[in-house]
Design a protein around this ligand. Sequence first.
Ligand SMILES: NC(=O)c1ccc[n+]([C@@H]2O[C@H](COP(=O)([O-])OP(=O)(O)OC[C@H]3O[C@@H](n4cnc5c(N)ncnc54)[C@H](O)[C@@H]3O)[C@@H](O)[C@H]2O)c1
Ligand SMILES: [Zn+2]
Length: 399
Amino acid sequence: MGSTTKLDPVKGTVHLQRFAVAYEYPVHFTEFLFDPANPVLVEVLARHEPERRHRCVVFVDDGLLEARPGLVDEIADYARRHAARMELVAAPFPVPGGERIKSELFFVEQMQQRLFEHRIDRHSYVIAIGGGAVLDAVGLVAAVTHRGVRLIRVPTTVLAQDDSGVGVKNGVNYRGVKNFVGTFAPPFAVLNDLDLLTRLSERDKIAGMAEAVKVALIRDGAFFAWLERNADALITFERPALAQMIRRCAELHMRQIARGGDPFETGSARPLDYGHWSAHKLESLTHHHVRHGEAVAIGIALDARYSVLAGLLADGQEGRICALLEHLGFRLWHPALEIRGPDGGLTILEGLREFREHLGGDLTVTLLQDIGSGIEVHAIDESRMLAAINWLKERAQLP
Ligand SMILES: NC(=O)c1ccc[n+]([C@@H]2O[C@H](COP(=O)([O-])OP(=O)(O)OC[C@H]3O[C@@H](n4cnc5c(N)ncnc54)[C@H](O)[C@@H]3O)[C@@H](O)[C@H]2O)c1
Ligand SMILES: [Zn+2]
């Protein structure tokens, strides 16, 4: 640590400034977070300054509010019951759920305005309650206000609890490019409440399972086998199975961020983005009618087949992967995979260029060398990828 100084008669003096910052945030798995008898939220707020009354502004996903109209009152009641430690600066603000909040900068500005009006400072809290899209947009607002105010995430979809909510990224879309505007900003805390998932649509419950399959494929073969054994319990959303899946998936993500050596993605590799180069493009091509998790399931299948065609993964393993995804309820084909641009080429393949541009440097795509083991490659053969796309199409047409 500290700085070192070098003198050079030609170039002058250079001071090399060097310091490291350790990040730490708790990720809780609880139930009934806003039951006044549950101390998790208030204890998290008071973690650093137990004697203070903490000011909080809350943004809530309006899709969640539709499913749980009583939630705003529950939150207000919780704050009243813990008034010695917390203060809501205003009633919780509903914000648009789903990709809409990430697609118009207007919503970012509107939230910024709220923080300004209520004089939120760097010791106040922004509490974001919602799906991955709401967490991404609120996270950006919290990260850039006063150069970073404390953010507590309360993820309310399977995907947000097992993947996006426990990580360090935020962002919104710009001119159709996913996450073009965003920052890396670790949260103050993450509070996962299993009960909040109860009234989530079946479609969104299933969508979030794609990330569990993904992380199992690149990191943990035993978890993949567990998913296969528990697929029946997962598709009927049996609570213990769902809870275990979310926890294991979140743990694997957290481990990658903490120990993978590059939490802020300064290199060219994005190992957690296996299956994502095509998924992000498919989401944009379908104007987000395909959910992130649904697109990821297709991306996983596509890159699994490509891995076999490239001689990396044993023939037949891609069938096993597709069988699990289908068992969980995913459809592994979408006609948008066949959209062609003015030059006659498949538009989905632009996803590779956009994926590289997001990080810069060499193209780095994670493929599979085994179930439970990812491998990075730096080139993708287009004709092989076309063959993989055709394979998915033919499979989808089988009776
Ligand atoms: N930051 C990251 O690291 C990261 C990682 C993966 C995905 N993401 C982003 O996450 C987003 C997808 O998130 P998602 O899959 O959670 O979907 P989502 O946020 O789009 O939410 C899906 C729908 O569920 C509704 N909803 C949310 N919680 C609910 C509940 N408990 N009950 C009923 N309805 C509820 C929402 O209003 C919305 O209509 C994408 O924008 C994706 O890019 C970010
Ligand atoms: Zn994802």
